[in-house]
Each structure stands twice: as structure tokens, then as C-alpha cells.
Design a protein around this ligand. Sequence first.
Ligand code: GTP
Length: 521
Amino acid sequence: MMNDLIPLVNKLQDVFSTIGSDTVDLPQIIVVGSQSSGKSSVLENIVQRDFLPRGNGIVTRRPLVLQLINIQNTEEEYGEFLHAPDQKFTDFGEIRREIETETARVAGQNKGISRSPINLKIYSPNVLNLTLVDLPGLTKIPIGDQPTDIEKQTRSLIYEYISKPNSIILAVSPANVDLVNSESLKLAKQVDPEGKRTIGVLTKLDLMDAGTNALEILTGRVVPLKLGFIGVVNRSQQDIVGNKPMVEALKAEAEFFKHHPAYKNIASRCGTPFLAKTLNNILMNHIRERLPDMKTRINSLITQTSQELLSYGDPTLEGKSNRGALVLKLLTKFANDFVSSIDGTASDISTKELCGGARIYYIFNNVFGAALDSIAPCGNLTTQDIRTAIRNSTGPRPFLFVPEIAFDLLVKPQIRLLEPPSLRCVELVYEELLKICHGCGSPELSRYPRLQARLLEVVSDLLREQQGPTSSYVESLISIQRAYINTNHPDFIGGGGAISDLVKKNEKKRREFEKLNRRVG
Ligand SMILES: Nc1nc2c(ncn2[C@@H]2O[C@H](COP(=O)(O)OP(=O)(O)OP(=O)(O)O)[C@@H](O)[C@H]2O)c(=O)[nH]1
């Protein structure tokens, strides 16, 4: 049962990698260390095979999710990549080349890094079930054509992985550098200040200055980590160049601890096999602890996803023969959504801001209304202008009513004042209608992006055409305005200065006018 735990999480890891989401914080071991601290060597020792790319500068440039799977009753060891599921890699040199190719494919050739992980499974009788994530090493100074912010990028990538509370941090530090300067421990401390989920690995114990040792660190007296420190000795550069077999390297490591005066008493708690066993135990216990939470989270994801699936529509309308019915259904839904946004009956109305029909109402009544109110109908017309226009249009003849020509002459420039706010109003309403249209795309419709795009195009064209009647809209405003001026302005009805002055000159006409005025009154 316990042994099934890691494969279970591996399966989840594959699922989340395939769907490109990590909405569940999975228990996993994250390997962190500065460049050349020995991360790759530790991983290769655990796998007991050479399979990781080597080279100068930053080699690991994408997260590598390494799932080790113990298989029994077989001599065969092989690897499988999630991105090439049908290919079985029995040659570990091929695995290395595939990692290099995949890294270059996504992260480019120029030493940049990418957040998208490579998932590799290694099946072997020599490994314990274990899932490790290898991350790019922390680097201080960009080399060659590396991006100048490479340190920032790497740090943020590492931070993203280790800050998840379910991850266990495997902080690799070289023993021949002062632990105070260990970048991996500094980073781990930021996200795990109490050292509850950090396990320290000390590499290069064989390279320490003569007469010095790391016993104090390994026994937890320098940096207190609940999961402890484990010392290892990996192959040196010379061993690698000389192709020293892994089995021999592991034997040499065991010998080193057994015979070292400082470490011989703790030899059973040092070295790669002990590290692998410890990690396996830690990971299993950790998964067991987190399982109930994970289950709840996954159940809620299932509910969410089922609901989302439902919103994608009726599966019976799939297929060529149902295309017409499907399009009709989508368009009807779109049209209904549009209408309900304007009516205010949409289900997702906002409580924060005006939208849909309410906003159009606001544009008409408040924005446009205020703009109209701010226009003085006779603002730049003086009594003298009116008088002159009337006189000029009647020539030598006396007049009773305002002559049509004079009225047109006077009112046209006034009416033009209404045009800018009217056009602005039309524009605002048009924008609002477009916004409503864009908000009407249901998840079901978004499955057909081309149909959706075409629909929006057609609807916005239609709406734009509605801008055409702007002039007739202005015309209807003119008639309203005309009525307003006719009834209210003293110059057009008896009692006002200009007309009454003129009328006085013709007593008979004045009386007629008064009669008329009484009738109007
Ligand atoms: N002598 C000795 N050399 C080691 C040990 N661990 C690692 N090395 C050497 O240190 C160098 C760097 O080791 P890697 O395992 O490539 O380090 P890394 O952290 O993976 O480096 P990057 O991938 O560049 O981040 C190699 O030449 C290793 O042979 C060790 O325990 N003892």
C-alpha cells in the first residue's frame, strides 16, 4: 500500500503536465543548488546511471521532473519521456541527447531558461520509487549570450517550485565552500524558515581542505534541519572524464565514509544509498500525510470541471449533420444573452459598476442630458441679430409671425452645437453595445473560435451601420429644439422687445396679435 503512494502521485503529475496545469500542489522533492554544486551528480548517483547533460555554464535549463520507478524481476532499465510516450529509451546516452534536444526546442539555444518541465520516467530494478524535480542551478553572472537577468529568472523559477507547501526541498551545497554562503540553504530558509521540509545534502566531502571535516554540519549542529543533512561523495570531474563506472563510484563512496576518521561513526547515515532510502521514506510519509487534502482538492476540481463541461453544450449536436442546428442554437443563445444584458435580466450582473442597458440609459440621461443642458439655445444670438435677421427677411413689408427664412438662418448654427454631443452619445452607446456583444460569448460558443469571431464581426458591423441615422437623430432634435424656441423665447411671441417694438407701429395688427396671444395663453 505504502509503495503505491509514489506511483499514484506520479500519475497525477503526468495528468497535470499533460493538461498543462498545476492546480494541485503535489508532494514532490525539489532539487536546488548553485551551479556546479553537484546536483546532477547526486541525481545520477541515485539513478546509478549517467543520463544528464553535462557542459559548461547552465546546462539544466528546464525543470526536469524525474520519476524513478522500481521494477522487479528484470534486468532491463529504460526511460520514457512524457512528450514521446511511444518511445522506450534503453540507451541512457540517448536519454541525455533527448533532454538536450527538448531543452533547446523549448528554451532555445542561447542558454535561456524555460518554465515548462520535461517529464522523464526511469524504470529500473536499481532505483527506489522516487520523484525528484531538477531545476536550473543558481547562477550569479550571465555568461556568453545568456540573458542579463538570468539570475532573476532562475531564482523566480526555483522560488515558484519550493514555495509550494507540499514540496520537499533538497538543498545541495558543496562542502568545500562555507555553508554560510550556500545559495540553496539561503533560498530554502526564505520559504521554510523553520527547516521543516528542507533536507540538506553535502557534496564534495572529499574535496575539503586537509584537517577539516563537516561532522558538525552532518550532525545538525550548524544548521538545524528537521529532515537532517546527508553527506555524499560523487564522481570527480576526472572520474567522469575517465568513465569511472557508477558501481565503482558507489563502492568508493562507501569506503570513503567507512574509513574516514571523522565520519566512520556515522557512515551508515551517509552516502548515496542512504540518501535514496531516506528520500523514499520522506516522500512516502509526506504523501500519506497530504493525501486527504489532495483528495478534497481533486474532488472539487472534478466538480468544477464537470460543470465547465456541461456549459460546453449538448454533445448530441456534435457532427456535420447537426451543424445547422448547432449554429442556430449558439446564435439564439448569443442573441438572448445580448437582449438580457440590455434588459438587465442577465444572470451575472455586476454590483460594482453600471453595465448593459443601465449603462446605455445612463449615457442618454446623464451624459447626453448634461451635455444638452450645458448648451444655451440662444447663447450667441443677440436681440439685435434676431431683429436684423427678421427685418432682412421681410424687406420693406411689416410682419406678424417670425418669417421661416429668418428662423432657419438663426437656428441652423444653434442646432449645429448639438451635433458633437449627439455624436459622442452615439459613440458611447456603440462602444457599450460592442462591450455587451463581447460579453455574450458563452463557453459553448468559445469552442468555435472562428464562428465566434465572425459573429462578433457581423454584429459590430451591424451596430456601426446604426450610426448612420445620426443625422436623422439630430434632425428630430432640431424639431424639438424648434418647438422649444418657438414657445419660449420672448422675441418670437408677443411681449418681447424686438417684435413688440415693430408691432407698436401697426395698431390694428397689434390687437390681432394680442387676441392671438390670449388664445395661445
Ligand atoms: N570530487 C568531487 N567532485 C564532485 C562531487 N560532486 C560533484 N563533483 C564535480 O563537480 C562538478 C559539478 O558537478 P555537477 O553534478 O555537474 O554539478 P551541478 O550542480 O549539476 O551543475 P550544473 O548542472 O551546472 O548546475 C563536476 O565536475 C563533478 O564531477 C563530489 O562529491 N566530489
